[in-house]
Write a protein that binds this ligand. Structure first.
Ligand SMILES: C[S@@+](CC[C@H](N)C(=O)[O-])C[C@H]1O[C@@H](n2cnc3c(N)ncnc32)[C@H](O)[C@@H]1O
Ligand code: SF4
Length: 461
């Protein structure tokens, strides 16, 4: 037993390196082939034509950056403000961006939509009338597919019954609540105090309003977290019984997010301790009937995310794991990322720059990337690994010369029992799951060819 524990801890030490989280491939820092606005809109138009032919539609991601206070662990693009009037002009700017898209795409018909996701920041910063203005403004120039789904990220500290009723009336059925941790000491250091009662009230009000899938975001690896505090957090989660759980690894990137300097690295669980927090959380969640899906995600068997995983349709994008792929995915709002499947773009990251570009009638894109053939094939392999824990390149469509050397890069992981390899196939073993990001790195041609000179990525463990 002792030997097994020390072998596992050796592995955690060995593979705890900086690495991408693979919500996209290529990872943003490797985007190097900037499209023109014309290239971008042409690729969106083409993706729309293709999806319309199979009665599908585009996905829409709308970023609402505002939050009332800063959670010190936060890695998202936020604008902290107590000025509630900040959001109205922002909603108008986003609607103008939507009208710019329609104009540039020169479409005769409304844009078909299969998904709308409001993310942030905190979308429930918007009062009910602004939520309605935003969604009705989008829908007045769109056509929903029959299976369209609306989802929203919400902060339980600021979500009201009136907002939930309005969201349900607008068609939202999926709600994701930021919880992170229920322990008072952890909540204090991360500047996010919220009680179980608050979370219970929002969860029950959402269910009564008609939401059918509720997700809780939890984080492991936060300052002061212990096995005991994780156990208590999961016990509270069990009592409240959300349908899905995202159990994220804390990404410590203080060189990008100075708020994370409120605590020091000494306050954070080490690689090995951090993994133990995850393993405990996973065991307790599984005991409570949750099934592990991909990396860091869990769902009840009654939830569509589990069904997608079982049926092999699970997908992963900038929002994390989702039940199906929408192409194109159009991102509106400051810092939003879009993906036409052949081109990525990202909007201006600073609010003032974003607003100024829209005022000038420009699509507010500040960087992007046109995927090469190799990018597209390697993205498929990385997606396969992230959603199914295996991939193969037996068919010609999934082969590129870079794969010739993948087994060499994975040889050590094979010896360590983390992957099973054959000539053209790689499978991540149960022991290898904690190292999924490391396995994907062997398929990341851009990272292999150019390791960043400075630290950019969070650590893989
Ligand atoms: C935009 S926030 C969710 C909505 C809302 N703002 C809230 O916090 O309640 C998205 C989620 O990202 C996760 N997150 C934020 N910063 C993170 C970090 N540094 N590492 C890991 N997860 C993080 C949190 O779980 C958070 O709930
Ligand atoms: S975790 Fe959510 S509420 Fe907290 S600062 Fe980040 S986006 Fe805002």
């Amino acid at each position: 037993m002792q030997a097994t524990i020390s072998a596992a801890s050796e592995l955690l030490k060995k593979y705890d390196v900086p690495g991408p989280r693979y919500t996209s491939y290529p990872t943003i820092v490797y985007w190097d082939d900037n499209p023109t606005v014309e290239d971008w809109t042409a690729s969106v138009a083409q993706a729309l034509d293709e999806t319309e032919r199979v009665a599908g539609g585009a996905g829409l991601y709308i970023h609402i950056p505002f939050c009332r206070s800063l959670c010190t662990y936060c890695g998202c693009n936020t604008r902290i403000t107590r000025h509630t009037e900040a959001s109205k002009p922002y909603v108008e700017t986003v609607l103008k961006e939507w009208s710019l898209y329609r104009r540039k795409l020169e479409r005769q018909h409304p844009i078909p939509l299969t998904e709308i996701h409001l993310g942030g920041g905190t979308p429930t910063f918007l009062p009910p009338d602004e939520l309605a203005q935003l969604i009705e403004g989008i829908l007045s120039h769109a056509l929903l597919t029959p299976d369209a789904e609306f989802s929203i990220e919400a902060d339980p500290r600021t979500t009201t019954k009136e907002q939930l009723l309005m969201l349900a009336r607008l068609g939202f059925r999926r709600l994701s609540l930021g919880i992170q941790d229920f322990d008072a000491r952890v909540q204090d250091i991360v500047n996010r105090i919220q009680t179980e009662e608050q979370v219970r009230a929002v969860t029950m009000e959402a269910r009564a309003a008609g939401f059918t899938s509720i997700n809780y975001d939890l984080i492991y690896g936060l300052p002061f977290q212990t096995l005991k505090s994780v156990e208590q957090t999961i016990e509270a989660v069990r009592r409240l019984r959300p349908d899905r759980i995202a159990f994220y690894a804390y990404a410590h990137v203080p060189w990008i997010k100075p708020g994370q300097r409120r605590f020091t690295e000494m306050d954070l669980p080490s690689g090995e301790e951090k993994r133990a927090l995850y393993e405990l959380g996973r065991a307790l969640l599984e005991e409570a009937g949750y099934r592990e899906i991909g990396m860091d995600h869990f769902a009840l068997e009654t939830d569509s995310l589990w069904r997608a995983s079982a049926e092999g349709t699970l997908h992963r994008n900038f929002m994390g794991y989702i039940t199906r792929q929408s192409a194109p995915l159009i991102g509106l709002g400051v810092s939003s990322i879009s993906d036409s499947w052949s081109v990525f773009t990202q909007n201006e990251k600073k609010l003032e720059d974003y607003v100024a570009r829209i005022k000038r009638d420009e699509l507010p894109i500040f960087r992007g990337h046109q995927l090469t053939k190799e990018d597209r094939i390697l993205r498929r392999h990385i997606l396969n690994l992230m959603t199914r824990f295996e991939t193969s390149w037996e068919s010609r469509e999934l082969y590129v010369p870079f794969l010739e050397t993948v087994n060499e890069r994975l040889a050590e992981m094979r010896r360590d029992g983390l992957v099973k390899l054959s000539d053209k196939r790689c499978e991540v073993t149960a022991d290898g799951r904690p190292f999924l990001r490391n396995v994907c790195m062997a398929f990341d041609a851009r990272l292999v060819r150019k390791v960043p000179a400075t630290q950019i990525f969070s650590r893989t463990i």
